[in-house]
Design a binder for this molecule. Structure first.
Ligand code: ATP
Length: 570
């Protein structure tokens, strides 16, 4: 119920348009009833060979209802679909704005395919809620009221008959569908999402599947989910066929009973004979309003399941809550980290009492074995996760009083995982600062040593790089990341293993470029590699989340501790 109300609340800004669409839906069915009734009247009257003048009202009626029905249907479809698709666009934007603060900490629980399924599939399913669930019951009630008033002119029995048939087809049948389809709507949505997640995973890992010859087993997995989906769809289709058949039976029985009730009235002279077909066809055509109701119940269940999945993701509390009263970003970007401890949700303590200073101009390296917690420090500095204890200040202001997006604006990040968007090289670099001019862009490209590579491309900077930058090598991707960092020109440079997976020559070139990037700024370099650290002002050696040693390169070598041992091993 709460989910349905929330969906209705989302619709509130466009409710007059939706109401107008429902109004045209009602007028369409009313025009159809009018068309059937006046056609029957015309044919029945014409059979008695009257003068043309006596037929003129029916002729005008047939023309009017024939034309207006088509116009009303067009307007109903146009207005309802236009408003619904605009609404779905708003829901998608709203969902994305709720998703963004959850990344990356809270999105770990959902596979990328599931999120994709939510943004595309679940939002799409919601269109049924607005088009096929909300309006039809309202239209059915209005049609029934109009028909009861009309039939009452001839016989109360007819009005009662129609009301009973509407209650059967519009209330009892939907309840039956609900029983037969119990849980199917939610299950359909869940299995569809599972299939999407599996397909997304398969497409992402297609090269590995081919290399390890695991295509068959993966396809079998897809087949198994597809079978469950087909079985569910089959069940829903069977119920739909059953309700359609019963609806038609109810409609035809109502037609039959209309004749049974009206023929004696015609015999007794209470109703003129020409009205017999009018009543029969009016009753029959009024069922257009009620036959859609049983499946509206199914669409309701599906829409609610889709909405629940969407809301569950969107309502997740972000790992870092924005401060209630945000402080202003300080002018200085000096970072002080004091006794910070942290654990990922119940994964065990990852950082213990970590402290360091990073004033402007300082070059700090954090080294240590794999899993020591180096990247975790970057996650905390970027406010992706909330630290459990200790204190971090930026320019003397407590981190927790600053909005996360403002804190991130202070950092230039080059990490081991650079995401390249399916766009041109230009757009991929410009995401760092979309307002940058052509000259600034060229300077960034040059600084990242991309000029020669781009000059050799057919469309230069406008060359598309494909899904996740598949047209680029590892070194080229990192250079794009560096170009982004050069363009953003933020005061603190965070380098998280920026040369992972690169050959020695490329690594040397990139490190030289990065050294230039941080010359007048604070630089934090996270690395496994212990070579080339002689120029660092301080090196922090992390072991199992604790600072095991700290000092300049020469001091650590002289100390013959962990750093010295790791250095000799390398
Ligand atoms: N998102 C996460 N959720 C839960 N645990 C995590 C997450 N990221 C890292 N960890 C855990 O935290 C610990 C520290 O990981 P972290 O990535 O910070 O280490 P690292 O020193 O950067 O390692 P590497 O050099 O291999 O990148 C590891 O035990 C890891 O399993």
């Amino acid at each position: 119920m709460r989910t349905a109300l929330r969906l209705i609340r989302i619709m509130l800004p466009v409710w007059p348009v939706m109401l107008a669409a429902a109004g045209f839906g009602w007028l369409t069915i009313a025009a159809n009833i009018g068309l059937m009734a006046t056609s029957a009247l015309l044919i029945a009257t014409a059979a008695l060979h009257p003068s043309v003048a006596e037929l003129s009202v029916a002729i005008v009626g047939v023309r009017f209802f024939g034309v207006s029905r088509a116009i009303f249907r067009y307007l109903e479809r146009y207005i309802a679909h236009d408003a619904t698709f605009k609404l779905l666009g708003r829901i998608r934007s709203w969902f994305f704005t709720r998703l963004e603060p959850l990344a990356p900490a809270r999105l770990q629980a959902w596979q990328s395919g599931e999120l994709f399924s939510a943004i595309v599939g679940d939002v799409e399913t919601l269109k049924d809620f607005y088009l096929r669930v909300l309006a039809p019951p309202l239209i059915a009630v209005l049609i029934l009221l109009g028909m009861v008033v009309f039939l009452q002119q001839f016989s109360s029995g007819l009005a009662l008959l129609l009301a009973g048939a509407f209650v059967f087809a519009g209330i009892l049948m939907p309840l039956l569908v609900r029983c037969l389809n119990r849980g199917s709507g939610a299950e359909l949505v869940a299995v569809r999402a599972e299939l999407n997640a599996y397909l997304a995973d398969t497409v992402n890992g297609i090269a590995e599947l081919a290399a390890f010859d695991r295509k068959e087993s993966q396809l079998a997995g897809i087949g198994r989910i597809q079978e469950r989906l087909t079985a569910l769809q089959g069940k829903v289709a069977a119920v739909s066929a059953l309700t359609e058949a019963s609806g038609n039976l109810t409609m035809n029985s109502a037609l039959w009973w209309t004749l049974c009730i009206t023929i004696p009235l015609v015999h007794s002279g209470q109703v003129a004979g020409v009205y017999l077909p009018v009543l029969a066809l009016a009753v029959q055509s009024s069922f257009e309003a009620v036959l859609v109701l049983p499946m509206a119940v199914h669409h309701l269940a599906e829409s609610l399941a889709a909405a629940r999945r969407l809301f569950a993701i969107a309502d997740t509390a972000p790992a870092v809550r924005p401060p209630a009263a945000a402080a202003c970003l300080p002018a200085s970007s000096g970072l002080i980290v004091r006794n910070v401890s942290f654990e990922y949700d119940a994964w065990g303590q990852v950082l213990h009492d970590v402290s360091f200073d990073l004033p402007p101009g300082k070059r700090l390296a954090i080294v240590g074995p794999s899993g020591a917690g180096k990247s975790t420090i970057v996650h905390l500095l970027l406010r992706f996760w909330e630290y459990d204890s200790g204190r971090i200040t930026l320019g003397g202001t407590d981190y927790r009083t600053l909005p996360p997006e403002e804190i991130r604006s202070v950092f230039n990040v080059v990490s081991q995982q650079t995401h390249i968007f399916n766009a041109s090289i230009r757009d991929n670099i410009l995401i760092a600062r979309p307002s940058a001019g052509e000259e600034e862009l060229k300077a960034a490209v040059q600084g990242a040593a991309l000029t020669a590579f781009i000059a050799a491309l057919p469309q230069g900077l406008d060359t598309a790089v494909g899904h996740n930058g598949q047209a680029l090598s590892g070194g080229q991707r990192q250079r794009i990341a560096i170009a982004r960092a050069l363009l953003k020109a933020a005061p603190v440079v965070l380098l998280d293993e920026p040369t992972t997976g690169l050959d020695a020559v490329t690594e040397k070139q990139i490190m030289a470029t990065l050294a230039g990037l941080g010359r007048d700024r604070a630089t934090l370099l996270i690395t496994h590699r212990l070579t080339g650290l002689e120029t660092m002002d301080e090196i922090l050696v992390l072991e199992a989340g604790r600072v095991a040693e700290r000092g300049r390169f020469s001091e650590l070598i002289a100390g013959k501790g962990l750093f010295y041992r790791l250095y000799n091993l390398q």
